[in-house]
Ligand binder design. Structure first.
Ligand code: 5AD
Ligand code: SF4
Length: 432
């Protein structure tokens, strides 16, 4: 059968979807480029913000002749909504949670026999044992090393959709990375909801943390860049900070560490488990140890009870930390999370206003940082072609997009690039 997978959300979903694709290919199905050409359409979903579900349903509604197709909904919306999703469209035949996707082939076979399949079990550790290595490996590959979350931030659905924290054993992670590198990957991104809480078993009964794992991965010949995301602010120790200094350029001096809010009152109501000053101290310690390090962060504006004063604390922390890039969101009220029933929800127009002011403040620092790179030489991993002829786009160690012109195909190569111009969202340069 012909299949098409549409992925929404985070890097872990991308990893899951690649595994699903490989399972289908290994079983003789054929991958096509659009919903309309497919017999099986799989939507692999994210449930973090409310808008995602309406987008999903409208995307399903736009598929032509969908009554002749098998539509499957996987991932976090599937886990959260379960059976109720079948009511939205007769063509939805399979609903499966993120801990069950290794069984996709049997779900499809059952759906072909006319069954409506619902599978929302939590079989965490088992899943990874069933996942094949994909045959066409990209230069940059994600490897899930940790999944789930025990933190229960009061706005977040992740602990309910992905379950409790689970770290894959060290050997399993190393074997997967070795295979990817053998097949040509040069950048590995270690992925987890709390990736720096990694606590994986070794064969001899010990536990390794993220820094110890990174040291082992760094020894794998052929790896040129190693990143990890997403980190929480409390599991950084000095050893890991030193690794960022010692293992450059393999381990870039750049980390994504969400703060969400700069107000202690709101951080407490979010159940973030850290204060504003603890976060700032951690960042300062990092900068002392690894002087060229930069940070990005996630922010939520308009969390229930957020006053103008609380919001000003967020703007203030933006000025203190000077992030080099960012993601900023309006608080989205999610059913079954504690913040859903908080009575002091913030008006949407107030959220809009704060989001615009926050993005404005963050953008200034991003632009300043990008401009400060002009004249420097950056190691760039090229990933794709640009819009114009002979243009290539790659990423610096700080995850900035760089555009260069070249007659030679640069895709998949690390190249030294002198940065000539810096804009809000991209840099232009020439090959050294
Ligand atoms: N509303 C808005 N943003 C959210 N995030 C998580 N849950 C919500 C929510 N209910 C954001 C956080 C998190 C990122 C992945 O998504 O900033 O770090
Ligand atoms: Fe969600 Fe908080 Fe866990 Fe991140 S740490 S996944 S925001 S509950």
């Amino acid at each position: 059968m012909k299949f098409f997978i549409r992925v929404y959300g985070c890097q872990m979903n991308v990893y899951d979807a690649e595994k699903i694709q490989t399972l289908l290919l290994c079983n003789g199905h054929e991958c096509v480029n659009s919903e309309d050409d497919a017999d099986i359409v799989i939507f692999y979903t994210c449930n973090v913000r409310e808008k995602a579900k309406s987008k999903l349903l409208s995307d399903i509604g736009r598929i032509n002749n969908r009554k002749d197709k098998i539509i499957a909904i996987g991932g976090c919306i599937a886990q959260a909504e379960g059976n109720a999703l079948f009511d939205h469209d007769d063509s939805i035949k399979i609903v499966f949670g993120p801990q069950t996707y290794h069984e996709i082939i049997s779900f499809i076979n059952r759906a072909c026999n006319g069954e409506r399949v619902l599978c929302l079990e939590f079989l965490q550790s088992k899943k990874f044992n069933f996942l094949p290595m994909h045959s066409s490996v990209k230069k940059s590959e994600y490897v899930t090393i940790q999944e789930g979350c025990n933190n229960f931030c009061t706005y977040c659905v992740v602990p309910y959709t992905r379950g409790r924290e689970y770290s894959r054993p060290v050997r399993e992670v190393l074997t997967e990375i070795q295979k990817l590198v053998d097949k040509g990957a040069v950048e590995i991104v270690l992925v987890g909801q709390n990736v720096n809480s990694y606590n994986g078993d070794t064969d001899d009964g010990k536990k390794l943390n993220i820094g110890q794992l990174i040291e082992l991965v760094a020894n794998i010949k052929g790896i040129k860049r190693l990143r990890y995301l997403t980190s929480n602010p409390y599991d950084f120790n000095r050893d890991l900070m030193f690794l960022h200094k010692e293992l450059q350029p393999l381990l870039p001096p750049f980390i994504h560490i969400p703060i969400q809010s700069g107000s202690d009152r709101i951080l407490k109501r979010m159940n973030r488990g850290h204060t504003r000053s603890e976060y700032i101290e951690m960042i300062e310690e990092f900068r002392d140890i690894c002087t060229n390090i930069n940070f990005s962060s996630d922010f939520i504006v308009g969390f229930p009870g957020e006053s103008e004063e609380d919001f000003l604390d967020t703007l203030d922390i933006v000025e203190k930390i000077r992030y080099s890039s960012f993601f900023a969101f309006k608080y989205s009220r999610r059913k079954n999370t504690p913040a859903y029933s908080m009575t002091d929800q913030v008006l949407d127009e107030v959220k809009d206003n704060r989001l615009a002011r926050l993005i404005n403040a963050l953008s200034k620092h991003q632009l300043k940082f990008n401009e400060s790179c002009v004249g420097t030489v950056q190691k760039v991993l090229f990933e794709k072609c640009g819009k114009q002829k002979s243009q290539y786009i790659g990423k610096t160690q700080y995850m900035q997009s760089v555009i260069v012109k070249s007659d030679k195909n640069l895709i998949g190569n690390f190249v030294d690039v002198r940065i000539e111009r810096g804009f809000q969202n991209s840099l232009f340069g020439s090959i050294v």
